[in-house]
Design a binder for this molecule. Structure first.
Ligand code: GLN
Length: 547
């Protein structure tokens, strides 16, 4: 019988519920259990695909092409169970499905209501993950207890334990225990109120995870336990980590959270083996090199917009025992101030994906700089498209080259829409999405990185490289080194004459893990280390000449 853990959050948003849920998943997997992760988001959009990164951060894409919440990125980085369309539902999807059923006549004669129809649908999507080969489903409820739109989800998980039996469910609530400087103490009242709200709707949390900047004393825990009706051993401290998110599981283990869950749910768990994870933290804490990468994007100051990119750079750093300093550079600043001033000190350049015209010329300038100065470069999705435009304009001398995304009637549409995309009018879920195979040329940096001729990577874009320009590009020194298996779609562009210039139409960042850095990110960091060393040698020889 599959057991269920429900994770809710209270007091404030942004407490790191996703990270805590992912860490719990990782700990349970490390105890030999088969875990599935799920996020239920109370907003009304059917998926986050149409939301601005300022609203929602990155849209995380799965193999099956679903566009999901960025917490699923944490799940995939920390755990190994498969994630699919069933791993992320929103209020919009739940209602859409109920309304479709209503139109078909499924509820004929009945009034369709939040309870039971919407709550039944929510319970159905939770059940979908429970299976004979799954020990635990962890379902995280987005938002904060008390939000109006969370109500049907909380009601559904309350009913869930009545349906399957209380002993099969565990409710975990994540709260904030703030430190008040003026009073010189931690304050438990917000937590008491938050649990009070949960209990009002019939959910008594079994475990409280308390985010805090200072350690909770035994008195604090006793007080929280007493007022929240929870035994003291189930009041777990999760202290802020300023070093790395990958330390969160270790701190939960210090507080015996894994043991508590295993006992409460009577799970058939092995003893915990965290040695690979500890090794990773050790490498992270003891780097041998330090390099810097400029990430030139439209949302550079908004870390959540490029979450997986930053994580993947860190993973590659861990693999190379290298501290990667990431410079978040706004492409519009490059337009204003020029690349020399902003990017001169970096050992590598990465231009990530994106949509819309703002900041495009800055990205193109940044790519020119990396190409001409022979700085290692990785372009991702829009990054590839900008690299193609830059190369066309500067090297192939097609001065008017552009993507039709930015200039519909450009004289040289080196990036354009395929016919099948031209007919599409709906915005949601209509891009080229999800995993597609790519065939690599064996004489390429990409092949050197992957060590494989066929790879599978995730996509999220409408525009493609225009095949009419392939020959001209090749003649001028930009090679197509990866295509779709039929050879029709360009997946990778490289400049063989450059030490490391790789641009990909897909999103490698979605497949990088702390325990297995993505080959292309590892390649970029390897090249950046070399670039850094060469620059050091150059500096040393200049210094020697001077002295
Ligand atoms: N805007 C580009 C396209 O739609 C690139 C998308 C992306 O970078 N994810 O093709």
């Amino acid at each position: 019988m599959t057991k269920h853990i429900f994770v809710t959050g209270g007091v404030v948003s942004s407490l790191g519920k996703g990270l805590t849920s992912a860490s719990i998943g990782m700990l349970l997997e490390s105890r030999g259990l088969r875990v599935r992760m799920q996020k239920l988001d109370p907003y009304i959009n059917v998926d986050p695909g149409t939301m601005s990164p300022y609203q929602h951060g990155e849209v995380y894409v799965l193999d099956d092409g679903s566009e999901t919440d960025l917490d699923l990125g944490h799940y995939e980085r920390f755990t190994n169970g498969p994630l699919t369309r069933d791993s992320n539902y929103t209020t919009g999807q739940i209602y859409l499905s109920v309304i479709e059923q209503e139109r078909k006549g499924t509820f004929l004669g009945k009034t369709v209501q939040v309870i039971p129809h919407i709550t039944n649908e929510i319970k159905r999507v939770i059940h979908r993950l429970a299976d004979d080969d799954v020990d635990v489903v962890i379902t995280e409820i987005g938002g904060t207890v008390g939000d109006i739109e969370s109500q049907p989800f909380l009601e559904a998980i309350r009913q869930f334990s009545l349906d399957v039996g209380k002993e099969h469910c565990l409710y975990m609530h994540l709260t904030l225990v703030p430190y008040l400087k003026a009073a010189g103490e931690l304050k438990t009242k917000p937590t008491q109120h938050s649990v009070g709200q949960l209990r009002q709707i019939g959910i008594q949390p079994d475990v409280l995870v308390c985010r805090t900047e200072r350690s909770l004393s035994r008195d604090d825990r006793e007080k929280i336990g007493l007022f929240c009706n929870i035994s003291i051993d189930a009041v777990i401290e999760e202290k802020d980590k300023d070093f790395s998110i990958y330390e969160v599981p270790l701190s939960l283990v210090e507080n015996s959270l894994d043991e508590l869950i295993v006992k409460r749910l009577q799970l058939p768990a092995k003893s915990l083996d965290l040695s690979p994870w500890r090794d990773l933290i050790h490498r992270l804490r003891n780097p041998e090199h330090e390099i810097s990468i400029a990430v030139v994007g439209k949302y550079a100051k908004h870390s959540d917009a490029y979450k997986s990119i930053y994580e993947a750079l860190d993973h590659a750093g861990m693999q190379h025992r290298t501290q990667v300093r990431i410079g978040r550079i706004l492409s519009e600043d490059v337009e204003r101030e020029g690349p020399e001033r902003l990017m001169g000190a970096y050992d590598g350049v990465l231009v990530p994906g994106g949509f819309g015209e703002r900041g495009i010329e800055g990205k193109i300038e940044a790519i020119r700089f990396a190409r001409e100065r022979k700085i290692p470069f990785l372009g991702i999705c829009l990054g590839l498209q900008c690299a193609a435009v830059e190369f066309a304009r500067r090297v192939v001398k097609l001065k008017q080259a552009n993507s039709t995304e930015f200039e519909k009637n450009t004289e040289h549409p080196v990036i354009c829409l395929l016919d099948e995309q031209k007919q599409i009018t709906d915005m949601g879920g209509t891009m080229r999405l999800g995993a597609h195979p790519a065939q690599l040329s064996v004489t390429s940096h990409a092949f050197d990185c992957y060590g494989n001729e066929v790879v599978s990577e995730r996509h999220r874009h409408r525009y493609e490289f225009n095949n009419a320009y392939r020959h001209q590009f090749a003649a001028h020194g930009m090679a197509v080194t990866g295509t779709s298996p039929d050879g029709e779609l360009v997946e990778i562009l490289e400049i063989p004459e450059h030490p490391w210039f790789v641009a990909v139409q897909f999103h490698p960042e979605f497949k990088s893990k702390p325990t297995a850095a993505h080959p292309l990110f590892a390649g970029l960091i390897g090249a950046a280390i070399e670039h850094h060393a060469q620059r050091g040698e150059q500096r040393a020889s200049i210094n020697a000449e001077i002295s």
